[in-house]
Every structure is written in C-alpha cells, then in structure tokens.
Design a protein around this ligand. Structure first.
Ligand SMILES: NC(=O)c1ccc[n+]([C@@H]2O[C@H](COP(=O)([O-])OP(=O)(O)OC[C@H]3O[C@@H](n4cnc5c(N)ncnc54)[C@H](O)[C@@H]3O)[C@@H](O)[C@H]2O)c1
Ligand SMILES: O=c1ccn([C@@H]2O[C@H](COP(=O)(O)OP(=O)(O)O[C@H]3O[C@H](CO)[C@@H](O)[C@H](O)[C@H]3O)[C@@H](O)[C@H]2O)c(=O)[nH]1
Length: 346
C-alpha cells in the first residue's frame, strides 16, 4: 500500500470487528500494530504476523511511544464499550471508555503527529427516526448512553481534526454480524448479547434458548428492525477508508450498512431454517435503549470510498456465523481432549 508502508495502529484489534479489520489490512500488505487491553477481546483473535501490545487507550504516553517506535501514520480506533443495555445501567463507564479514553488517544495522536484516524462510530447516534432510512445528514439524537458517548467522541475528533489537521473518517456501523468466509476470524465474545451471535449459539446447542425483547413495536412483525452488515464487508470498508485518507481525502462521516432492514423475528427464523433446528424463544418486554428500527441510507460510502460489499445476503451472514460457532465448539472439544491427555500423561 501507499505511504512507504508506514504502520497502522489498530486499537481494539483483539476484538470482533478490529480483528477482521487487522486481517484485511494485513492481507492488503499494511503493517499493523494492535493495542488492546483484552477486556473483551482475546489474544487468539489477533491475526498471525500482527504485533499485539497489551495496553489501554487511556495510556497517552504508551501510545506516543508506539507511534514513534513502529512508524505509525494512521490509527483505527475500534476500542470501546458497545452493549446498549449495559450502557443504560453504567453510563459513566461508557463515557469513560468511549469519550475520556478517546480523548487520551486523540492527545497522543496530536503529540506524536498521527496523520489520519478512522473511528468506529455507530448507528446508535441516530436514535429514534421516522425515516425508512437514515442518512449522514440526519440530525443525531441518541436515546441511550452508548449512542451519546459515541456522538461525543465524534465531536471531539471533529474539533481535534479542525485544530490539528488530523483527517478523520467516522464510520457509523449498523449491526455487524457474520464471520470471515474462510473461517480465519469470527466473534469470540464470551456472554455476547448480540442477536445473531445469541441465535447461532442457541441453534448450535451452546445456549438453551433466547429472549425476544419486544413484540409490540410498530414494525412489520412487531419486533425491532436492524440493518445487518457482514463483518468482512465492513473490514474492507476500513481498508478503503485508509487508502482514501492516505491519498489526502478530507474528513468524512459515512454510514456502513446495506440499506435493508430485517426484523428480529425474521433473523431468528432464518437461523432456524439454515441450521435445521428450532430456536427456543421467550417473549420479553422491550429492552431499555432499543430504537424500534435503524436502517442505513448508505449511498455516500459507495461514492466516497468506492465500496462494493460482497457478502450482503442475510443467509451468507448467518451461514458464516453458524460455521464459526461450530468451529469454536470443535476447537473447545479439541482443547479439552488435549488437556485431559496432558493430565493423564503427567
Ligand atoms: N458490533 C457491532 O455491531 C458494532 C456496531 C457499531 C459500532 N461498533 C463499534 O465497533 C467497535 C468494535 O466493536 P466489537 O463488536 O468488535 O467489540 P469487541 O468488544 O469485540 O471489541 C472491542 C475491543 O476493544 C478492546 N478494548 C476495549 N476498551 C479498551 C481500551 N480502553 N483500551 C484498549 N482496548 C480496549 C477490547 O478488549 C476488545 O478487544 C466498538 O467501538 C463499537 O462501538 C460495533
Ligand atoms: O437475545 C437477544 C438479543 C437482541 N435482541 C434484539 O435484537 C435487536 C438487535 O440487538 P443487538 O444485536 O443487541 O444490537 P443493537 O442493540 O441494535 O446494537 C448493535 O448495533 C449497534 C448499531 O446499530 C451497535 O452500535 C452496537 O454496538 C451493537 O451492539 C434489538 O432489538 C434487541 O432487543 C433480542 O430480541 N434478543
């Protein structure tokens, strides 16, 4: 890639989306350094050949050192806290990790002369919207602390960009799901709360059943509607965003979605069909902080970055998630057998 192969710092690269982005960057020939505190991520998720530094985005001094040591010109900032209902219960923790720690990271970027930054934002900044699709000019109005904290971080980065010239691509992801089609990466989150991860864990027998939060929304079947995007398409968007910024592209904000809504019920039914199982469901009241529907108007990312997603089918997203869950189960069985063997040999 351009820029004399200077490196990219990927915060949160031991997590779900960051590890797929690290893989895509590595595959594109980019040197990658991951900074992760392993609070929700795992070392096993970091692709081979990628350096992992265990540390926090709160640590300005460490980040300045890394930027100089590894000749880093760009940062992709995935590290954060991201569970909507958890944010409703623990708003301070969310503001600390998503805003205060982003402030420390931004300070380090200024001090060390980082030239560009790609920020993981979210559709949750939009909140409630009557529009069938929300575009980037929709006035943000988050309805949960997760969304508020991400919006605050976006504004902080815009101010830093204006004052210090660091160009920033804010990527507002809609609901990310799926796994690397070649099985090299997937979502490892323990106790995950994401709809597709949970449904696939039930379908593969790792959970007994699941809840549907709210069946009385004003939507097609009464359940919430989301725009699910394949993680590998999203990872590719990051490679393109880096290329765009390194070529001198101006700061920008881009929705990352397909512009297609799927209801919670439709997703669960598709998981049942693909897995040939019945997913045991309990109907629960609405979950705190949930907007009824969030679907992207996603033309801008295609025109600005030339992004052409390749894994848009819901069945492909779910198929890759199911394959990943089966793979993880096999891996655990293998690990257990190995530790039993080792114990009996000792
Ligand atoms: N998963 C989604 O559907 C979704 C949608 C929109 C936006 N996002 C955003 O994408 C980003 C990545 O999400 P994910 O789904 O991969 O979550 P994840 O929990 O799998 O990954 C987050 C990673 O960041 C690390 N981390 C957290 N705080 C840190 C800190 N202070 N310093 C260093 N490392 C830290 C964690 O250990 C983990 O590896 C988040 O910023 C999230 O808000 C996710
Ligand atoms: O066991 C479950 C899990 C989820 N849901 C519902 O499924 C929908 C999607 O929920 P979830 O998968 O938890 O995603 P969101 O709350 O929409 O948030 C995700 O998507 C946002 C972007 O839209 C990201 O910013 C967040 O980080 C990410 O967690 C919501 O209506 C939930 O109530 C259920 O009914 N049962």
């Amino acid at each position: 890639m351009i820029n004399g192969n200077r490196a990219v710092l990927v915060t949160g690269g031991a997590g779900y989306i960051g590890s797929h982005a690290a893989l895509a960057l590595r595959d594109a020939g980019v040197r990658v350094v991951v900074l992760d505190d392993l609070s929700t991520g795992t070392e096993a998720a970091v692709p081979s050949g990628v350096t992992l530094i265990r540390g926090s985005t709160a640590d300005t001094k460490l980040i300045v050192t890394l930027v100089r040591l590894y000749d880093i010109d760009s940062v992709m900032h995935f590290a954060g806290s991201l569970v909507v209902p958890e944010s409703v219960v623990h708003p301070v923790a969310y503001w600390r990790n998503n805003v205060a720690n982003t402030m420390n990271l931004a300070e380090a970027c200024v001090l060390a002369g980082v030239e560009q930054l790609v920020f993981s934002s979210t559709a949750a900044v939009y909140g409630l919207s009557d529009a069938a699709q929300v575009d980037e000019d929709t006035v943000p109005a988050p309805i949960n602390p997760y969304g508020s904290s991400k919006l605050a971080a976006e504004r902080l980065l815009a101010d830093v960009s204006a004052a210090h010239g660091i160009r920033v691509a804010v990527l507002r992801y809609f609901n990310v799901a799926g796994a690397d089609p070649d099985g090299r990466a997937g979502q490892r989150t323990v106790g995950a709360t994401h709809l597709i991860k949970v449904a696939c864990e039930v379908a593969t027998g790792q959970r007994a059943g699941m809840s549907v939060f709210g069946c009385d929304y004003d939507t097609i079947d009464g359940t919430c509607v989301r725009d699910f995007i394949h993680v590998s398409d999203l990872a590719e968007a990051h490679v393109l965003a880096l290329r765009y910024l390194r070529a001198g592209g101006a700061s920008t904000t881009l929705n990352c979605g397909y512009g297609r809504g799927q209801s919670v019920r439709a997703v669960i039914e598709a998981v049942e069909r693909l897995s040939g199982t019945t997913v045991e469901l309990t109907t629960m009241p609405r979950r705190a902080g949930d907007p009824p529907a969030l679907v992207a108007q996603a033309d801008r990312i295609r025109s600005v970055l030339g992004w052409e997603p390749r894994h848009t089918g819901l069945d492909e997203i779910l198929g890759s998630s199911l394959a990943w869950e089966r793979r993880m189960m096999q891996e655990r069985t293998f690990e257990t057998a190995r530790s039993i063997q080792a114990t009996s040999a000792a």
